[in-house]
Design a protein around this ligand. Structure first.
Ligand SMILES: [Fe+2]
Length: 192
């Protein structure tokens, strides 16, 4: 938890003193969470922001819903420099390999576990597993795949800057030729 969130949690124990500020709620509150303003965020800044967002379940918990047949998406925020999504995962849910066009991104796991793989040539994908409380980030040039990590259903928070508009989905044909299919963010990524 961030130092700010820790301060909030400790404030009641420091009486007498001012009453702690109420937790922010709703879209407006999410839009006012601390982050660099007036420009796009770097991958590292996105990870700081998504970790902060993870500390405020009031802002996203109502959208958690699991569906065994498909990932559940909910857009939490879209403005000039940032988009934020909540995604719920189960069982064999898998994005397949993709990029985010010009957007950098970061992911915080707030429930369960997901696995991220980076596309490699001539070797097995680099694979990392992330559990609740952990986060990672990526640059626009990175090609990755995210899937449910097994066990309990998972919940993740995703932030992108500039706002996610387009992606590229990767597939290998019968002759081993790799191809990129451009797509909009509104289309669902699926494993090829
Ligand atoms: Fe992604």
């Amino acid at each position: 938890m961030s130092s700010a969130a820790t301060s909030r949690a400790l404030a009641p124990a420091l009486a007498p003193g001012p009453t702690p500020a109420p937790a922010p709620v709703g879209h407006d509150a999410l839009a006012t969470l601390p982050r660099p303003r007036g420009r796009d965020l770097t991958p590292a800044e996105l990870e700081v922001f998504v970790r902060e967002l993870a500390d405020w379940p009031e802002l996203w918990i109502e959208h958690v819903r699991h569906d065994a047949t498909q990932r559940v998406y909910e857009e939490l925020l879209r403005d000039a420099h940032l988009t934020a999504w909540l995604i719920c995962w189960m069982d064999d849910h898998d994005t397949g390999f993709h990029d985010h066009d010009v957007s950098a991104g970061a992911v915080a796991v707030v429930g369960g576990r997901v696995r991220e793989e980076r596309l490699t040539i001539g070797r097995s994908p680099r694979s990392r597993s992330f559990a609740a409380g952990e986060a990672f980030h990526f640059a626009p040039s990175d090609i990755h795949r995210v899937r449910h990590g097994g066990g309990d259903p998972a919940v993740t928070l995703h932030v992108y800057s500039p706002p996610l508009a387009r992606m590229g989905a990767y597939a290998v044909d019968d002759e081993g030729v790799l191809a990129r299919r451009p797509m909009t963010y509104a289309e669902e990524l699926r494993a090829a």
